[in-house]
Design a protein around this ligand. Structure first.
Ligand code: ZN
Ligand code: ZN
Length: 403
């Protein structure tokens, strides 16, 4: 089958170049290999083989390909790995111990590879149900990998076939299209983020960034809470979409003008530090969610968090230069949020992934609207260009599609 793979030697070569050449930005399609490889095989009788319909391109994939990534991520990875962890498709083969899923079922894949999937004694996190924090992702029946899309045994969403453990498969409700279901994985990321600290009714929540994750945070907040949502958006088309899906107010990023405007809206006095952007004080967001994860989004999140308020980090920064002083001066707390597992909701524990599917199925909003571009795998250069150049192509979610 044709697939886009990451190979270790190549990655290391690009990493070394990134170290020695300031501001080195490789062409994304040069970092992956477009290859003809053998289809992945069932690991054992607990596994299922899936023919991929859509394999989404995530911001974290683009970060890897642009060398904007932390080396710590490499401890749970094995190569060559087919990339892609946002996956929907059709079941084509089931192991003998699989009774929860049948051939031809339409499914969405939770791509994580924790202890249960590796068929080993659960680590301390998995024991608690926090399998997204698994510390044994280099052990058991599988090669190292935190998720499908970074493990050499499973295939990934940027290839035609993958294999998945039976515990990581969810049926897509009949009323939900493949394209809508493709948003399950990033929506689960957003839901996990907002459940780190659910806002009270009428709390002011600021969402920094209106890309896929930012927009899904807005949708999740709108559906599950009664807070007031203020968002920032880099581009006009993102701003329009953020308003459309329920943000109460959206401000487009223009130097620090949006910081001043949001700050004023939230009752702050705006100060002007020497040689720095606006510094709002005396108010701000009760909760500020950074959906981006770069130095300017982190700085703006800190600026807009009210005194003793909470900033939630969903975007994953690598090495960023941050001025932490305002965080200390305002006694804000930062809560980091990483992928998903379970959430406590209405007194019960729910799998985040199931909550995401239920929300897509019950929402009046058509989540397929967020899937703006689709490409065959043979057009991967154009696909990566479209996904990474949001301004020019007005892309939200770009995905690979297979016939
Ligand atoms: Zn992702
Ligand atoms: Zn574990």
């Amino acid at each position: 089958m044709k697939a886009l793979t990451l190979n270790l030697e190549k990655i290391v070569r690009f990493m070394q170049k990134a170290l020695s050449v300031p501001n080195f930005k490789p062409k994304l399609h040069n970092v992956v290999d477009f290859e003809d490889i053998t289809e992945p095989e069932l690991i054992n009788e607990n596994w299922v083989k899936i023919k991929v319909k859509f394999g989404g391109i995530c911001g974290s994939d683009l970060n890897i390909l642009s060398m904007n990534v932390s080396y710590t991520q490499s401890v749970f990875a094995s190569f060559p790995a087919v990339m892609g962890h946002e996956i929907v498709g059709i079941v084509v083969e089931t192991g003998n111990n699989v009774d929860n899923i049948s051939i031809n079922d339409r499914v969405v894949v939770e791509p994580l590879l924790p202890c249960e999937v590796r068929e080993i004694e659960p680590c301390s996190s998995c024991k608690e149900g926090n399998y997204h924090l698994c510390s044994k992702q280099d052990q058991g029946v599988l090669s190292p990998g935190q998720f499908i899309g970074g493990c050499k045994d499973t295939g990934g969403g940027w290839g035609e076939y993958i294999v998945v453990h039976k515990s990581r498969i969810f049926k897509i409700p009949e009323s939900v299209s493949f394209k809508e279901a493709l948003m399950t994985e990033p929506l689960a990321v957003a839901i996990h983020g907002i459940f780190k600290k659910l806002p009270n009714a009428m709390d002011n929540v600021v969402v920094i960034g209106s890309g896929t994750i930012g927009l899904l945070c807005i949708l999740a907040l709108k559906s599950l809470t009664d807070c007031r949502i203020i968002a920032s958006a880099k581009y006009a088309f993102q701003s329009d979409l953020a308003k459309q899906i329920g943000a109460d107010e959206v401000y487009q990023v223009k130097k620090d003008r949006h910081i001043k405007k949001i700050g004023k809206k939230l009752g702050c006095k705006i100060f002007s530090p020497i040689m720095d952007d606006a510094y709002p004080l005396g108010g701000g967001g009760d909760i500020v969610i950074d959906s981006v994860g770069n130095s300017s989004s982190i700085m703006n999140s800190i600026r807009l968090t009210k005194e003793q308020g909470t900033m939630i980090m969903i975007g994953v920064p690598a090495k960023e230069l941050i001025d932490w002083t305002p965080l200390v001066l305002k006694e804000c707390e930062i809560i980091s949020s990483h992928i998903y597992s379970f959430e406590k909701f209405n007194g019960e524990k729910h799998r985040t992934f199931q909550m995401a599917i239920d929300l897509i199925a019950s929402s009046n909003y058509n989540f397929a609207n967020l899937v703006t571009h689709e490409f065959y795998i043979t057009d991967y250069k154009k696909a990566l260009e479209t996904a990474s150049n949001k301004k020019e192509y007005q892309s939200i979610k770009t995905t690979f599609v297979f016939d």
